[in-house]
Design a binder for this molecule. Structure first.
Ligand SMILES: [Zn+2]
Length: 266
């Protein structure tokens, strides 16, 4: 049935009405997209069309999720897939968008079997085989200032990739040419180093929230990989290297300015 999927994909790409002016406005509006090549932008546009066709958006607390919001979320999510393919987003269908941060209550059972009930205020959440939830005010602000290294959309969709082989645990499915041991070694030693920096009261180079679990470490490092790769490379070069292999992108190189000759001839 692969031929049928390919046919449907081609039909979707040809006939989906992605507004050209809105797409161009998004590409011009954020430094997050400004380093992409023309080929990468074209591929990102195709992935965004597939996202808009296959995922269902719902507004929460009265938010009307218009095309601007949908395209902005879809394009940021699809940045992760530029050199992968849309199958990575196959096993779920819903995106819920809140106007701003939202409260959730989680039941947790610790190793002693004690169940606790904890209320948290969140900017995003990803459910195993379920929806991705995004607070639009955070997403919109982060789109304008990616150099700070925060991006709730990339964070939640990195969790989705992590969940492709079960619960989020910082171990997404790796490509066959990526030794599992190298991934584990790079991420776990960086995670341990971050925890030690926090325990000693040192200032950390990346968001200390990354130290809460292996899953959060992977999601926070993915935010940095796409929005402020120099920060991730400076803090944890081996983690940058592994994410570069996983996403098949070299975001650091992409952001380096093109050198011009000292005496350019016009
Ligand atoms: Zn998270």
């Amino acid at each position: 049935m692969q031929w049928l999927n390919n046919l449907l994909t081609r039909y979707t790409l040809k006939h989906h009405p992605l507004n050209h002016a809105q797409w161009q406005a998004l590409m011009a509006s954020s430094p997050l997209f400004s380093h992409l090549s023309a080929v990468e932008k074209a591929h990102l546009r195709e992935l965004t069309i597939l996202f808009l066709q296959h995922k269902h958006f719902t507004g929460a607390r009265g938010l009307e999720v218009d095309d601007t919001i949908k395209i902005a979320i879809a394009a940021q999510a699809c940045l992760l897939l530029i050199n992968l393919n849309f199958d990575y987003f196959d096993d779920w269908s819903d995106v819920v968008v809140y106007p701003d941060s939202f409260k959730v209550r989680h039941h947790q059972t610790d190793e002693l079997g004690i169940v606790s009930d904890e209320e948290q205020t969140l900017g995003g959440e990803a459910w195993l085989k379920g929806p991705v939830i995004i607070a639009w005010d955070s997403a919109a602000a982060e789109l304008q200032a990616p150099q700070r290294g925060h991006n709730v959309v990339i964070h939640e969709f990195a969790h989705k990739l992590d969940m492709l082989n079960g619960k989020a645990n910082g171990m997404p499915p790796l490509h066959t040419d990526m030794p599992r041991q190298e991934w584990t070694q790079a991420l776990s030693s960086a995670f341990d180093a971050l925890q030690q920096q926090i325990q000693r009261g040192h200032r950390t180079l990346i968001d200390p929230y990354a130290a809460t679990s292996a899953a959060e470490f992977f999601a926070v490092c993915s935010e940095l990989f796409f929005s402020a790769p120099q920060k991730l490379h400076h803090a944890f070069p081996k983690v940058y290297e592994q994410l570069s292999l996983l996403y098949r992108q070299n975001t650091l190189k992409r952001q380096q300015p093109i050198r011009r000759p000292n005496n350019p001839s016009e």
